[in-house]
Write a protein that binds this ligand. Structure first.
Ligand SMILES: Nc1ncnc2c1ncn2[C@@H]1O[C@H](COP(=O)(O)OP(=O)(O)O)[C@@H](O)[C@H]1O
Ligand SMILES: [Mg+2]
Length: 376
């Protein structure tokens, strides 16, 4: 069992002058036994600081961290039963792969046979059997990172911590090592906390994802809940690639309906009709400013629709067309705002051409422009 509970956790880095820099602002997070929790957010948002406090490598300014109900604030890193894997593998260059993996166990005076079994088990899980006698410099980046993971596995810790372990690998290696770590999680059934700035890694690996910004938690949810129900504009814009399109505008009543009109000074602003469901959520915003969000895949071009609904369709210019193979990203312009639609690769448009784009209105997200929170 290894349940990690973070309670009102604060980290203030002291400064020579002034009150210090608050890198983590009183966050609460519960990581369940055997869960794969991903901390994701832009560089500098406090992910590593949080992870290092869990590991015991960084003092806690305020709040508590407990593992299986026991507060560990004052427990030494080596006594926390945690193993951490970093971006830079930090292997001992003069030792073989075998000895790199065995080293921590030797220090802890494990019996030789036990060490041998653990190292060989880990090597077989990670496909490193053939490389045990090599030194790190004779390994690829991906292999080195697997050795670093192996070194963590042999300890059989309660909790694995990963800090951007794939960042030094090339794109292909990142994808294969990513799936290896996911398989390992399934096989070991261990609690894992994984830090990354890459939303694709977060989406593909996490049982749950904790999105951070400026030392705060923005949302904690399962990947698809995060994608489909972002609580605010930050999460909506951070998760998903290309990101969600945002339009500023106002809501107005039109007969029985509510329409969104883009704020647009240069040309005639576009107008689209909201679904009844959205209109109900947004009733307090009629006559006021609002932010309209739609993901690129929820903006369809007219070639792909047999009967576009005019009240949900706008006419825009094609600025750039990026064929991705399986689909095409259309960079579009509606006067003031640029936005992106993901369309079928077979739907071809020329730059400068006018195109009809229909929004899937049941996929629209509306946000308060001041709080940036989604309308509930
Ligand atoms: N030792 C330190 N002293 C002062 N500030 C630090 C220190 N370590 C990190 N910071 C600052 O704390 C913030 C969070 O850093 P970090 O946790 O490393 O972010 P992340 O891992 O999300 O990129 C950053 O603004 C960073 O500059
Ligand atoms: Mg970091």
């Amino acid at each position: 069992m290894a349940r990690v509970v973070i309670d009102k956790l604060v980290k203030i880095y002291p400064e020579k002058t002034g009150p210090g820099f608050t890198a983590v602002k009183g966050i609460n997070l519960e990581i369940e036994d055997r869960e794969f929790m991903v901390l994701v957010g832009p560089s500098g948002c406090g992910k590593s600081t949080t992870l290092r406090m869990i590991a015991g490598l960084e003092d806690i300014t305020n709040g508590e961290i407990s593992i299986d109900g026991k507060v560990v604030n004052n427990v030494l890193p080596k006594d926390r039963d945690i193993a951490m894997v970093f971006q830079n593998y930090a292997l001992y260059p003069h030792m073989t792969v075998y000895d790199n993996m065995a080293f921590g166990l030797k220090l802890r005076k494990f019996p030789k046979e036990d060490i041998d079994k653990r190292v060989r088990d880990a090597a077989s899980m990670l496909g490193l059997e053939e490389l045990l006698e090599r030194r790190p410099k004779a390994l690829s980046g991906g292999q080195r990172q697997r050795v670093a993971v192996g070194r963590a596995i042999v300890r059989r810790p309660k909790v694995f911590l990963f800090d951007e372990p794939l960042s030094n690998l090339d794109a292909k290696m990142r994808v294969s090592t990513r799936t290896d770590i996911s398989k390992l999680h399934a096989r070991l059934g261990a609690t894992m906390i994984y830090v990354t700035h890459d939303q694709v890694e977060a989406m593909t690996m996490g049982d749950r994802i904790c999105v951070m910004k400026d030392g705060d938690i923005m949302q904690v949810d399962e990947p698809l809940d995060l994608y489909n129900h972002p609580k605010n504009m930050f999460v909506a814009g951070f998760i998903g690639s290309p990101p969600m399109n945002f339009f500023k505008g106002t809501l107005a009543r039109d007969g029985n309906h509510v329409v969104f009109a883009e704020t647009n000074t240069k040309e005639a602003p576009f107008k689209v009709q909201l679904t009844d469901n959205l209109a109900a959520k947004a009733s307090a915003y009629v006559g006021k400013e609002i932010v309209f969000g739609i993901r690129p895949e929820d903006a369809q071009d007219s070639l792909n629709l047999s009967a576009p609904t005019p009240e949900h369709t706008i006419e825009v210019n094609v600025e750039v067309s990026e064929p991705m193979g399986a689909e095409t990203y259309l960079y579009l312009n509606s006067g003031e705002h640029s936005f992106i639609a993901r369309v079928r690769a077979s739907d071809r448009f020329d730059v400068g051409q006018k195109v009809q784009i229909t929004f899937q209105m049941d996929q629209v997200h509306l946000f308060d422009p001041t709080t940036e929170d989604v309308l509930k």
